[in-house]
Design a protein around this ligand. Sequence first.
Ligand code: F3S
Length: 290
Amino acid sequence: MVMAKNAGFCFGVKRALQFAEEAVESYGMVCSLGPLIHNPQEVERLKQKGIVAVDDLNLVTGSRAIIRSHGVSPEIFSQAEKLNISLIDATCPFVKRAQLYAKDLAENGYRVVVVGDRNHPEVEGIVGWSNQKACVVENAEEAGKILLGDKVGVIAQTTQQVHNFQQVAEVLKNKNPHLVIHNTICLATAERQKATEKLAQEVDLVLVVGGLNSANTQKLARIARETGTPAFLVEKAQDIDFEWLKGKDQVGITAGASTPDWIIKEVLQRMMEFTDQEEQRTEENATENL
Ligand code: F3S
């Protein structure tokens, strides 16, 4: 069993959790606008502590709400002001950077292209900062179909696959060689993707631990599979099917940026159970053959 060099909670998620925990300590129960992280088990644990996710500012209990690391559009800040809700802004600084590029480019007359998952909350927020003017492309094929003007600025969703961003940028550059490119993929994402690729090349099977609804976790599974090594996404230890592990010499484990340590530990424990079972079976077979 090998663990990826970079796996689990990233700086931005840790920071958002710290903000939320401090808010609960100071004010009692506190709402977050959307689940604080894309991991259902951790969201449930936070709920027990008094950090409750709501989908709309109108549903906020109390006078405070936390903005999660994905960030939000400027309209949410205006809406909060009208509702007298003070926002605790845990937008990851890497996301903030992408938002500010979007704002700056749009204000300076650039057509803004965001490379990312169009329905992801982070991308929706970034588009908001461009005054809803940015266009979103998910891949090179989509990039080939859009019309570009003279002034074009390209930015990335922070958790984009580096390879996909480069391909899209290449297609757009062929259409407009003078476009401005801001690679806003965050360091944690780039490191995790690189570590997963390396791990997948060294093992027979990869288990990616993380929320099934987490975009960055799904991308890690895709990166592992692209190396030709099979990869399974597991949300919790019980999801591991021992049949997957049979006959595998080396199993690699990685985890998305929103996967808490306690879930990773449970997964490692379950892997140890499998190893123990296999050792016991081998011993029994050896005894029978005596
Ligand atoms: Fe921030 Fe990157 Fe994590 S953008 S929230 S450090 S995945």
